[in-house]
Design a protein around this ligand. Sequence first.
Ligand code: AMP
Ligand code: ZN
Length: 499
Amino acid sequence: MCIAAGSAAVDFSLFFPRLAHNLHPHSYMALKLFNTLSRSVQEFLPLDPGGKRVGLYCCGPTVYDFAHIGNWRTFVFGDLVRRYLEFKGYAVQHVMNITDVDDKIIKRVRETNTPLREFTGKFAAAFRDDLKALNCRQPQQTPHATEHIGDIITLIGKLVARGLAYQTPDGSVYFSIEKYRGSGLRYGQLVKLNFEEMRVGERVRSDEYEKEAVADFALWKARVPEDGAVFWPSPWGEGRPGWHIECSAMSMKLLGPSFDLHLGGEDLMFPHHEDEIAQSEGAGMQASGRPFVKYWLHGAHLLVEGKKMSKSLGNFYTLRDLLAKGFSGREIRYLLLTAHYRETFNFTLEGLQGARTALARIDECLTKLREVAGHTPAPGDSPLPGQFAQALDDDLNISGAWGAVFEWVRDTNRKLAENALDPTAAANALSGWEKVDSVLGVGAAPEVEVPAEVTALVEARQAARKARDFQRADAIRDELKAKGWIIEDTPKGARAKRL
Ligand code: AMP
Ligand code: ZN
């Protein structure tokens, strides 16, 4: 785990007095983000003339299996962007699609002989549970592709009408890159492509293909026997949509033809996002001079123990696999949030142990602060949110942000040890942490509910000790230990704590 050296303990609120109370879109510093479209770090200025509303679309999961820890890196990155925009006072409309029909899904539906809805429903539900376990804010909308077939057909119809898409004899509809380029639009906005080697009219049917295979791609795939019962009627005959058109149709339907931010993992840059731009700008619904998407953000991949995740290497983890190993969603979230989103991240189980230790340090400091603060209100400022925001404004420099947090923990621990914090100062410090945690979302250690039988055993042990029956008291302690609980003697009496 890599936490960069903390920034100097400067009280930024002295320089930016509005900061702590008044975090709104025009607050003291601008957010800068690396935009794949311009290949540069740019100031974030929303399309909304009021400067307040922001549309954010994150490509969601393809629900053919449980999402793996690499997918979760990207989704937690999306959550970080959304939370930080909200921290800065923007009103974010966050949309994340659920791809519930594509090549991979159809293959699994066929192999498992399960109806489409039943098959995808199971993984979509698991995805929602995992989002909660990782404390990701729920997107306001999670459209399913199969619920937007009408919108998809309408969009394909527009492309056909504009002469940018054509039907093949089998009934499929393809996007014509030649016609698109011929109409003055640019294919290859996110990635550099070599058109010299492109053979006009060459087609790819599969949803995923290599950059070298620049070719007309499928918008509507005519029904084939392997599709089984997965097909819908359309003006071009029975079939199903391609993956790329799903995202164009759903994002424009819910966020309008031009919106602010579009996110995904780096592997989606081509062909998925490039094709989304071509379809969306090809349909020509944007106001003149406006792009489909203003800022494209791509998260780097996650490796496990330095290698690409694969089932055969035994390094393939779903969130569930890690929870079953006894790690918490909070620890996993913390670890995924330690690296900058544009750097490849090497995930290890030792890293998760490190996350546990780091969180314990934060928890310990917060517990002590709470003891000192009691119920005292927090009227004042804390320098922490300002330092934290200064780092994140710089293209989400998360190492700098964690640096500010741990510097603050060190400084607070020192003051606590010197008895230098009165209840008001402690309350202010806690309020600063809460602002920062509205972005990090690692919160305080979740309160663990103590089962009644454990409470009864703790009481029985107390009674045994009172009666000086130490043998019995020790036996009860061992019994609790076997159940995963230890007894902690506190000034308020004995209480059970999870091992
Ligand atoms: P999928 O369900 O395959 O469509 O992927 C969902 C998201 O996870 C996409 O944004 C992918 O770019 C992203 N993704 C896939 N593999 C990884 C990985 N190893 N590390 C980070 N993100 C990934
Ligand atoms: Zn997408």
